[in-house]
Design a protein around this ligand. Structure first.
Ligand code: 6GU
Length: 233
């Protein structure tokens, strides 16, 4: 998979991709990640990328020209499956969208700032708009990093235990069951006996029951989604 990220603050993205699983996915060439500085595509002598909003509204707006020049250049090199603008008023990101994006070949992510981008970027250059939740960040970079993390770990070969992405919380609208490791007794806080029993069928039943109970208690919204789905099956 090729991922291109377009930003005016490329340094923010240095950290997340230079560690652990994402770093290894890049080293193994399962993912190619390129970070492009929009400022390098500004044509004026001060290399500005933003301007005052028409109509007297407060705040600066990212201008269309440098963004269009960069997107056009990339589109001449690759055929993009999605060109995604990260914005708090986009479609709310979830596991289902991560699954859909994880099977794509070429994805472009555009990070906004200030009052956002000129609306014409959204109307003419973008194929999808995504938000990571109902709160406002200073820019789209951290949201882009979250998207990339959630998507890349789903690509076969990225996680060492390939089945583990399938048992994640949310893959079937259920939260994951609790996990434990040694010691079996720490300060009197004990691991449930069933997990030490060696009876794998019973352990599977226990895990499923824990998943259902946790989902009902902690995420009643997800739980009712499951019930509605079962009723229509
Ligand atoms: Cl994608 N961008 C910004 N700036 N704020 C957000 C967001 C994105 N998702 C939630 N809040």
């Amino acid at each position: 998979m090729n991922i291109d990220i377009l930003t005016i603050l490329p340094d923010i993205l240095d950290g997340p991709f230079s560690q652990s699983i994402l770093k290894r996915a890049i080293e193994k060439k399962i993912v190619t990640l390129k970070i492009h500085n929009i400022r390098n595509y500004s044509t004026n002598k001060h290399r500005t990328v933003d301007d005052y909003a028409f109509g007297g509204e407060a705040g600066m707006v990212l201008a269309i020209e440098p963004i269009d020049r960069l997107i056009s250049k990339l589109k001449a090199e690759n055929q993009y499956d999605e060109i995604i603008y990260l914005t708090p008023d986009g479609e709310r990101f979830n596991q289902q969208i991560a699954n859909q994006l994880s099977v794509k070949e070429n994805i472009m992510l555009l990070c906004g700032h200030y009052k956002g981008v000129d609306q014409r970027v959204r109307d003419h250059l973008i194929t999808k708009e995504i938000s990571i939740g109902d709160y406002v960040l200073t820019g789209g970079e951290l949201a882009a990093a979250i998207l990339v993390d959630a998507i890349v770990r789903l690509i076969p070969g990225v996680l060492s235990d390939e089945t583990s992405a399938l048992t994640d919380s949310f893959q079937d609208n259920l939260l994951a069951p609790p996990s434990y490791t040694r010691p079996a007794d720490y300060k009197g806080w004990k691991v449930p006996d069933i997990l030490l029993s060696g009876n794998h069928d019973e352990i599977d039943v226990w895990r499923m029951k824990q998943s259902v109970e946790r989902t009902e208690k902690l995420r009643p919204d997800l739980f009712s989604k499951n019930i509605k789905k079962k009723q229509t099956e």
